[in-house]
Design a protein around this ligand. Structure first.
Ligand SMILES: O=C(CO)[C@@H](O)[C@H](O)COP(=O)(O)O
Ligand SMILES: [Fe+2]
Length: 225
């Protein structure tokens, strides 16, 4: 059965107390780190020096989501920092195959993200170059937005292509994932779930992670029965 992973986004954490905030999610599969440059998206977060400090103190591996222009130039530096996984946006890369290969050669898993209106079909032949496909379920840039159901058919088509070709690519969804929407996303074929406000907005983030994992895993189990 496909593994169900819950990756909380620190975009909804208290940025003044990041080390303590990371300890609150030590039962997560990875921590999702949103890097925004105020060019590719209309928001600005953190850059490589802060990501490196997060990497040094995090109890779980890092899953970087780079919402930055000119990914071909900047993404390899995040892999060099020893991050477990680096995801760039297809819309921000001129040479996504070359970039995915560079990330892998530097020791990171290679992820590629698609905005809600970007079709998956032009990228199906490059799935073997990827460890993870991130299908954005909101427009990137901000936490706390509502899940876009229009992305479900794309998740289904990506899952069918991945299962049909036998490549071991994870499907991550990011944006508006809650205890309610996780079931729809998992039914469509996603197996890695990013949750910012649903985890850090809860009184007990670790318990919220357990509940999300339980719901996601149950749906993935029934999909393969
Ligand atoms: O990449 C992004 C937003 O661009 C996300 O990772 C959000 O941070 C997820 O937050 P919620 O929608 O779960 O609150
Ligand atoms: Fe993200």
């Amino acid at each position: 059965m496909t593994q169900c992973c819950i990756n909380p986004s620190i975009l909804s954490a208290d940025f003044v107390n990041l080390e303590a905030e990371l300890q609150r999610i030590s039962n997560a599969d990875a921590v999702h780190v949103d890097v925004m440059d105020n060019h590719f998206v209309p928001n600005l977060t953190i850059g490589l020096p802060v990501v490196q400090r997060i990497q040094a103190v995090s109890p779980v591996p890092l899953d970087a989501h780079l919402m930055i222009a000119d990914a071909d130039r900047w993404a390899p530096g995040f892999a060099d920092a020893g991050l477990a996984s680096v995801t760039f946006h297809a819309e921000a890369s001129i040479a996504p195959v070359k970039l995915a290969r560079e990330l892998r050669s530097r020791g990171s898993k290679a992820g590629m993200a698609l905005r809600p209106a970007t079709p998956v079909e032009p990228y199906l032949d490059m799935l073997p170059e990827l460890d993870m496909l991130l299908i954005m379920t909101v427009e990137p840039g901000f936490g706390g937005q509502a899940f876009l159901d229009i992305t479900l058919p794309k998740i289904r088509r990506a899952r069918a292509a991945i299962d049909g070709s036998g490549v071991g690519v994870a499907i991550q969804v990011d944006g508006g994932i809650t205890e309610e929407t996780i079931t729809r996303a998992a039914e469509a074929g996603a197996n890695v779930f990013v949750a910012g406000s649903a985890v850090y907005g809860a009184d007990d983030p670790a318990a919220a992670i357990d509940r999300l994992r339980e719901k996601g895993a149950r749906t993935l189990r029934s999909a393969t029965e």
